[in-house]
Design a protein around this ligand. Structure first.
Ligand SMILES: CC(C)[C@H](C(=O)O)[C@@H](O)C(=O)O
Ligand code: SF4
Length: 471
């Protein structure tokens, strides 16, 4: 049976998890790991209770509290009563259905997509789902990981399986190496800038090429995290030695001989050399500069040494109109140099950029400004993605670097990434944000978001505007 049809990594993951495929029915896949949080699980639990069904494999589900929590206090009601009710419901549901919960102040608590990988809950070759669109993050390990809706959460609870149609495959190859100071966030924003914010709709995307292979696991997670932001069902990166070294020794990862055997299997996951993808996109890493979004979708992005475009720069009437509306909402004038855009808020955090390496990168920029502090009219917050990240950062003294420079050092959570807790921007606020979404009102009604890397956000905090750190 050698020389079978060459397969993509996605096809391999699909086949090893296919439970049943019948004509006229949506295929059924086995789910290895289910992550849940307070926002998208209550209705699923309520339905289980209504039908008197147990969770089939409670040990395969892990819960965390991330969206509705305050980053100022570990009190469960610190972000308001509505938020607290959802958090209490999660506590009660996990207890009743026998699910492990990393609740308020637990040493493992964190944003689901930060917590899973750092604990070794995220493993290559697995299918991981969560009622959350940024589940794509876990694809950085060569896991097929995607967000699901609440009714699917219920289905996974009850059966440990999920019905899914097969996606098309897209290969995104980034050749060569990026220049000094260019981050994973710049790579993914440049990709989305090229494809447009719906460019991968209906696809599972595999990122590859030298520039991707050179990334650390944290950086790979930043790339895969934003797969959903250009419509992809999931993002994948082939597991390699970087992956195995990261996973080894993590709390929930296999140990000893089991780990060694797993690595042998994981090495076979990569797409076969001659596998056929439905679409292939290529970028040259050396052309990628630091990126700043100017509009209200992540594809409305430009290099930091560029300027805000005018609707006339687009030939497509839809893009013209969307540029016009974005400029209005963002209160920007065409032709303004990106480095002349002033911000009054800075948010370093979210499941895109709140891992230890992100905080190190931001701190190194703060240090580069040698004693300069966050400029007077700017409020800047740093929100680690998990308690593990917070602890590590404090061990390294990063918190001190930030607080000495006038940043606020907060408790972990989704925070200002979305307006679901007490970290909300006001109307007219302009924020340099390391998160992943910049649509109208995302960080608070009437607020304006510029998506950037942690390095760019740190520089914006100190100077009050975007900076070409390579100039
Ligand atoms: C609340 C949740 C359902 C949502 C998502 O699915 O992405 C959130 O995490 C987000 O980033 O907007
Ligand atoms: S940090 Fe933002 S993008 Fe990530 S899960 Fe939380 S709300 Fe969603």
């Amino acid at each position: 049976m050698s020389n079978a049809t060459p397969k993509t990594m996605y096809e391999k993951l699909w086949q090893t998890h296919l439970v049943e495929e019948k004509a006229g029915e949506t295929p059924l896949l086995y789910v290895d790991r289910h992550l849940i949080h307070e926002v998208t699980s209550p209705q699923a639990f309520a339905n289980l209770r209504f039908h008197n069904r147990p969770v089939r494999h409670p040990e395969r589900t892990i819960a965390t509290m991330d969206h509705n929590i305050s980053t100022r206090s570990i009190k469960i009601d610190a972000a308001g009563e509505g938020a607290a009710n959802q958090l209490r419901a999660l506590e009660k549901n996990c207890k009743e259905f026998g699910i492990q919960l990393f609740g308020m102040g637990h040493k493992n608590q964190g944003i689901a997509h930060v917590m899973g990988p750092e604990l070794g809950l995220t493993l290559p070759g697995t299918i991981i789902v969560c009622g959350d669109s940024h589940t794509a993050t876990h694809g950085a390990f060569g896991a097929l990981a995607f967000g699901i809706g609440t009714s699917e959460v219920e289905h996974v609870f009850a059966t440990q399986t999920l019905r899914q149609n097969k996606a098309k495959t897209m290969k995104i190859q980034v050749n060569g190496h990026v220049g000094a100071g260019i981050s994973a966030k710049d790579i993914i924003l440049a990709i989305i800038g090229k494809t447009g914010s719906a460019g991968a709709t209906g696809y599972v995307v595999e990122y590859c090429g030298e520039a991707i292979e050179a990334l650390s696991m944290e950086e790979r997670m930043t790339v895969c995290n934003m797969s959903i932001e250009f419509g992809a069902k999931a993002g994948l990166i082939a597991p390699d030695q970087t992956t195995f070294d990261y996973v080894e020794g993590k709390e929930y990862a296999p140990k000893g001989e089991v780990f060694e055997q797993a690595v042998i299997d994981w090495k076979n996951l990569r797409s076969d050399a001659d596998a056929i993808f439905d679409t292939v996109i290529t970028l040259e890493a050396k052309d990628i500069k630091a990126q700043v979004t100017w509009g209200t979708n992540p594809g409305q992005v430009v290099s930091v040494d560029g300027s805000v475009p005018s609707p006339d720069n687009f030939s497509d009437p839809v893009e013209q109109e969307s540029c016009k509306q974005a400029l209005e909402y963002m209160d920007l004038k065409a032709g303004t140099k990106i480095t002349d855009i002033q911000v009054n808020k800075v948010f370093i955090g979210s499941c895109t950029n709140s891992r230890i390496e992100d905080l190190r990168a931001a701190a190194s920029i703060v240090q580069r400004y040698q004693g300069q502090k966050v400029v007077a009219n700017v409020d800047a917050i740093i929100v680690p993605g998990s308690y593990r990240v917070k602890e590590q950062a404090e061990k390294e003294g990063l918190d001190k670097v930030f607080t000495d420079a006038g940043f606020e050092w907060r408790l972990p959570g989704c925070s200002m990434c979305l307006g679901m807790n007490d970290d909300v921007l006001g109307a007219g606020d302009r924020c340099a944000s390391t998160s992943n979404r910049n649509f109208e009102g995302r960080q608070g009604r009437g607020s304006r978001t510029h998506l950037v890397s942690p390095e760019m956000a740190a520089a914006a905090a100190i100077t009050g505007h975007f900076v070409d750190l390579n100039a």
